[in-house]
Design a protein around this ligand. Structure first.
Ligand code: TXA
Ligand code: MG
Length: 340
């Protein structure tokens, strides 16, 4: 159990940024916005501070953290970058890309869960940039949710999970991308995609001139929300995929209503839902970016309404662009998948 703390909400003006930086320098925990989701930050070079992140989130110690830097120029302060790493950093940072690289020995084991690699990224959000500049520290930061819950895209989501467990949240408004960064392992000769995310894998492959290999099965327990049940609402979520998904969604929801269940629907813009269901509508099928921005907020919002069951369907083409990340997050959030 995390020791009780008073969690302050700080505004993203210069006073708020200075206060947040002071807390981090003193070894505290501050949640802050990035362009993907809110992160829960601590000094990445202070093992005690970083341990606090695991306690606050209820996160298992074998799940390593991402180290956030102010600029690509600082990469060599924590890792040994390959030529591919330097090329991707130059092309995509600041931005929603995390690189896994051989680590330098002064990065504490608690941050990397004892691995010989470290995950690194340079966030693009102006508030994250100002905070990294003000504290002059690399910040270890996982998503600022309780372990297993949907990632937070607003300060209110952070407080929903972590109020009383962290020192402060820096409120920079809703995040833009809404799903986490894309993670690429460059620690071996062959680049691997460990997690689909905010930067399309195609863009990375184009920049490398190489296809990205899939994660090795043995990497699964170590990598991103790679646990099958993750990003999950408390209410059971049924995901319906395949060509008949839209009709089946309607039929499943109607039948649950007939059984007296309270039903929530996570839908695309022009889907229609049976009357008496509680609906959260995302983007159009062809617009995965719009759906990604709202996905976790919509899941959390349905989860607060004490419904019995939630239904959703594939939200975009799962083979390309942000559709890959959407498909991955929904599968991990779902308690059951119905293929039509
Ligand atoms: O967009 C994001 O990436 C957000 C923001 C806050 O930056 N962060 C985020 O962190 O999603 P987190 O901890 O929720 O997910 C990062 C994942 C972890 O689940 C972990 O398994 C993986 O990155 N990871 C970290 N270090 C790794 C390493 N050395 N090797 C393989 N996977 C690693
Ligand atoms: Mg996470």
């Amino acid at each position: 159990m995390a020791a009780a703390r008073t969690t302050r909400t700080l505004h993203f003006d210069s006073a708020g940024i200075s206060e947040a930086a002071a807390i981090l320098k003193a070894g505290g925990l501050v949640a802050f916005p990035t362009e993907t989701v809110y992160g829960l930050g601590a000094n990445a070079l202070d093992a005690t501070a970083a341990r606090g992140i695991f306690i606050a989130k209820g996160r298992p110690a074998d799940d390593p953290l991402i180290v956030h830097l102010l600029a690509a120029a600082q990469l060599r302060s924590v890792a040994r970058p390959s030529d591919n790493a330097l090329a991707l950093a130059e092309r995509f940072w600041p931005g929603p890309l995390t690189l896994v690289l051989p680590k330098l020995s002064h990065v504490p084991d608690v941050v990397t869960a004892g691995l010989s690699t470290v995950a690194v990224r340079v966030p693009a959000h102006p508030v994250a940039q100002e905070l990294l500049g003000a504290c002059e520290l690399p910040l270890a930061a996982p998503s600022a949710n309780l372990f297993g819950r949907p990632s937070p895209t607003r300060a209110a989501h952070v407080l929903e999970d972590l109020d009383g467990r962290i020192d402060a949240v820096l409120d920079g408004g809703p995040t833009d991308i809404g799903v986490e960064s894309t993670i690429v392992d460059l620690s071996t000769a062959e680049p691997r995609l460990l997690r689909a995310g905010g930067l399309p894998a195609e863009d990375i492959e184009a920049a490398l001139g190489l296809p990205l290999l899939a994660a090795l099965a043995s990497e699964r327990p170590l990598a991103p929300g790679m646990l099958p049940s993750h990003y999950a609402p408390h209410t059971p979520l049924v995901l319906i995929t395949g060509p008949a998904a839209r009709d089946r969604l309607h039929a499943e929801a109607s039948s649950a209503l007939q059984q007296g269940q309270r039903v929530g629907m996570l839908l695309l813009l022009d889907d229609d839902a049976p009357a008496q269901t509680t609906v959260q509508a995302l983007g159009a099928y062809a617009d995965p970016r719009a759906s990604a921005t709202r996905l976790f907020d919509a899941l959390r919002s349905l989860d607060r309404q004490r419904l019995d069951i939630l239904f959703t369907r594939e939200l975009a083409d799962p083979t390309t662009d942000l559709g890959r990340a959407l498909a991955d997050r929904l599968r991990r959030a779902a308690t059951r998948v119905i293929e039509t």
